[in-house]
Design a protein around this ligand. Sequence first.
Ligand SMILES: [Zn+2]
Ligand SMILES: [Zn+2]
Length: 433
Amino acid sequence: MSKKINNKGLIERVRGMHDVMSNEYLIRKKIIEKAENIASFYGFEPIQTPHLERAELFTSAIGESTDIIEKEMYKLKTKGGDNLVLRPEGTAPIVRAYIEHGMQTKPQPVMLYYHGSFFRHERPQRGRSREFQQFGLEILGEENSIVDAIIIKTLLTILEEAVGIKPISVHINSIGDKECRKVYQKELTTYYKRKTNDLCKDCQYRLKSNPLRLLDCKNKECDEIKQGAPQIINYLCPGCTNHFKELLEILDASEVSYFLDQYLVRGLDYYSRTAFEFFLEENPDEEKMSLELGGGGRYDSLAHILGNKNIPGVGGAIGVDRAIKILSEKKKLSVQTKTPEVFFIQLGSNAKYKSLFLLDILRKAKIPIKHSLSRNSLKSQLKIASKLGASYVLILGQKETTDNTIIIRNMETTSQEIVPISKLVDRLKKKLK
Ligand SMILES: [Zn+2]
Ligand SMILES: [Zn+2]
């Protein structure tokens, strides 16, 4: 087997994958905790689906001619011959779980939140990893636009309050349903066919495979052509028009401001009606592309594709990695870690043997403590204690171990007292007050 070894002879991590450590780890944890609280408040319940799914789940749900299916899935074949993939997105697995566990028998709608890793083999760029973390919401079993509004409002609140980045702009569009989109797609194709030679290579391909994606192109030449393209809003059937109108009215009444974005189509085949994305409103002076922080949409036909069921659904997700990236660029990446007030020192082998027993007494009393149990000398342990800014050190020596006592030393005044182990918690708590 081949190993990727660098010039120092080390096996390196896989490209596009990251180790999450120290401060960043704590920030991620905090963001997820706050996001879970917000989601629970709005009535969402947790779900966790596996990292591995059958390949057909995504090929049938997402559509063959999308970047995800064509080039971005991590595929593997089991010894038994099953084709599995590392999940590239969260919605199809949740719809699968809904059908598989018969959630249609529960009171509807079913509101779920999830977070975890997703995998796409794409070119790593700003804030993009091949293993990326998402926090997402899904509402299944309800067609009314009020649930679209709940998804948008909850995700927006998570971005603003759990992540803490503002201002966020909400881009929104309706891409119609199967019926009215068919008519629009035909018009769009006719329009673009006349300009085939002026289109970029990608768009020439999209024209054949997935014409809606033409509106996604960020190329300059294609942009001019896009300006004259027919707009989907003019092709929506009465049902889709009403659904969209009602959603906008609810957002207005909820004081959520939005931007009607006629080019917003979302890349996946299963979307219908509502499509939305969140962007960070960046300072226009800074030469950065506006950064998408997440998005989602309605997928009323997905359950039909996966299990021949008629279950309307809507959902969305935010990219935790990108949010963290922005926080670090804005230098908002710090978690206040409490400096420990107490440091535990042991001297001699009998004291060392007893130290885990002692630490457990403090853990049960909820007194946070630092230690360096592998050290032996008083000097080196005191040095670490003062480096960490400890206010008190506990010293367990040979004599104290025999007497069942311990020394509490005030680091500032250097005064110290000997207390029985049985009184240690009480004495310490008084001092720490
Ligand atoms: Zn193009
Ligand atoms: Zn329609």
